[in-house]
Design a protein around this ligand. Structure first.
Ligand code: URP
Ligand code: ZN
Ligand code: ZN
Length: 472
């Protein structure tokens, strides 16, 4: 099966140019001008629209469109038990939504628990995911307990299995997910030794607990106090501590969902000094400020770390523009309205997390279309850098030999996000009413069309497990 994408503007992490792109058996096999595929196919620039089938070749007229590598959302929590419930998107609905937003690979976060192994944990989630997956998938593994140290001996096996990143939380104490600094350092060192990297959610748990206790005593229970219990300096302290440990033990570190200026600046300074440190942020931190927690529906925006103030948002955008933020991912972890409502009168009862997997690429590309960043920067942040950092050698760019994970993007198409035009299972979205200029019109996964003009046309189970390569 061959596909010829004709006359599109190809966007890579470094440049944009008009070309044709040929796909054979799910891989990109040629890029050039005036590619032809045999005498019996008429190639024209004015073919009406969409795809024209001819023998074994599908022609996609991309005049006026852009061709981008499929995005890689390296931070999702699908059907994750959390916050007294389970996140609202299953592996099916979450990956279906991903496909419809131009995301062709998701990285989910299985959670290891005391007494359980790494590969065991991942395999049990993989078994759940495989028949449902509408896009390709990889796993980072969350570590909550070292099983008396025995878990460290499993790192090499996990890396061999393609799990080349492990995540620790410095928060979620009462949920039994938090690790102490000694555990974090052990994980960092073992990850480094085995060619893996440590991902980290950094906030200071003791200060959060102290603030929460005080606010509840004082009857301060609205969503605004979620933010005030974990403001900028609470994240900054833990970011700085994490960077300090990573520098001290010379181990790679990937800071997930960074939202605050002070911590960001510390991480960037360490990175620029040559340390192996990477920074991720999320669209919700780029779009909203902490003011959303003053709204009547503030609970719907409750995630951790909370969305910060304008100064932090400005710092995030500056780092997006100058390339010192490495990735934008979603932390997709939606909950239904009735679950968010549990915390109407007590912010501590709100399940933490928001939706975003379908909005990531359209949002960043719309920012590019508005001239806020270049299209190449959007591609770098959402596809090329995630692939490089996390060892997805087949993914992340439009280049010969890579998987044909391709998004056809119409820079003229206007789109307003609503829960009614999303493809997830949740019943509300923080992105409701957001207008975007430019929108993906097709998503191709390994040479197969999975999203076409508003419709999911893929198949659950077509998504494949991505066995990643180690950093060694
Ligand atoms: O609020 C969030 N972010 N929920 C998902 C779990 C996490 O901390 O990443
Ligand atoms: Zn987190
Ligand atoms: Zn997360």
């Amino acid at each position: 099966m061959r596909i010829l994408f004709k006359n599109g503007t190809l966007v890579t992490a470094t440049e944009s140019y008009v070309a044709d792109l040929m796909v054979s058996d799910g891989r990109i096999t040629a890029i050039g001008t005036n590619l032809s595929i045999g005498t019996n196919l008429v190639i024209g620039t004015n073919l009406s629209a969409g795809c024209t089938d001819n023998a074994d070749v599908t022609l996609v007229d991309c005049s006026g469109k852009m061709l981008l590598p499929g995005a890689i959302d390296v931070h999702t929590h699908l059907e994750m038990p959390f916050g007294g419930t389970v996140s609202a998107d299953s592996y099916l609905s979450g990956t279906r939504a991903a496909a419809c937003g131009g995301v062709t690979t998701v990285f989910d976060y299985p959670m290891q628990r005391k007494g359980h192994g790494l590969v065991e944990t991942v395999k049990s989630r993989q078994a759940l995911c495989a028949p449902q997956a509408c896009v390709d998938y990889a796993f980072h593994c969350i570590i909550t307990d070292l099983n008396g140290g025995a878990l460290l001996d499993e790192f090499a096996e996990a890396v061999d299995y393609g799990i080349t990143s492990f995540k620790c939380f410095l928060v979620y104490k009462k949920e039994g997910m938090m690790v102490d600094d000694a555990t974090l350092i052990k994980v960092m060192l073992k990850a480094k030794e085995t060619g893996a990297i440590t991902n980290l959610h950094a906030e200071n748990p003791d200060v959060i607990d102290m603030n929460v206790e005080r606010f509840l005593k004082e009857g301060k229970t609205s969503a605004w106090y979620h933010y005030l219990s974990r403001p900028e300096f609470v994240e900054a302290e833990a970011d700085k501590r994490a960077v300090h440990w990573a520098k001290s033990v010379e181990a790679p570190l990937y800071l997930v969902h960074m939202a605050d200026k002070e911590g960001l600046e510390t991480a960037i300074a360490a990175k620029l000094a040559g340390h192996d440190i990477y920074v991720e942020t999320c669209p919700q931190y780029l779009e909203f400020t902490s003011d959303v927690y003053k709204r009547e529906d503030g609970r719907n925006f409750v995630c951790s770390p909370p969305i910060k103030g304008q100064e932090s948002q400005d710092a995030l955008w500056a780092a997006i523009r100058n390339g010192t933020i490495d990735t934008v991912a979603t932390d997709h972890c939606p909950f239904q309205s009735y679950e968010k409502d549990w915390g109407r009168d007590d912010f501590t009862k709100i399940p933490n997390g928001c939706a975003g997997v379908e909005n990531l690429y359209p949002y960043m590309l719309s920012a590019a279309n508005a001239g806020r960043i270049s299209f190449s920067r959007a591609v770098a942040l959402c596809a090329t850098n995630p692939a490089k950092i996390f060892g997805c050698t087949q993914k992340g760019s439009l280049a010969i030999g890579k998987d044909a994970d391709i998004v056809v993007y119409d820079p003229t198409k206007d789109f307003t996000i609503s829960v009614t035009n999303m493809h997830s299972d949740y019943d509300h979205t923080i992105w409701e009413g957001k207008s975007l200029h430019g929108y993906p019109v097709q998503t191709w996964l390994r040479g197969r069309l999975v999203y076409d003009n508003g419709e999911f046309v893929g198949e659950p189970g077509y998504g494949q497990y991505i066995r990643r390569t180690s950093r060694k």
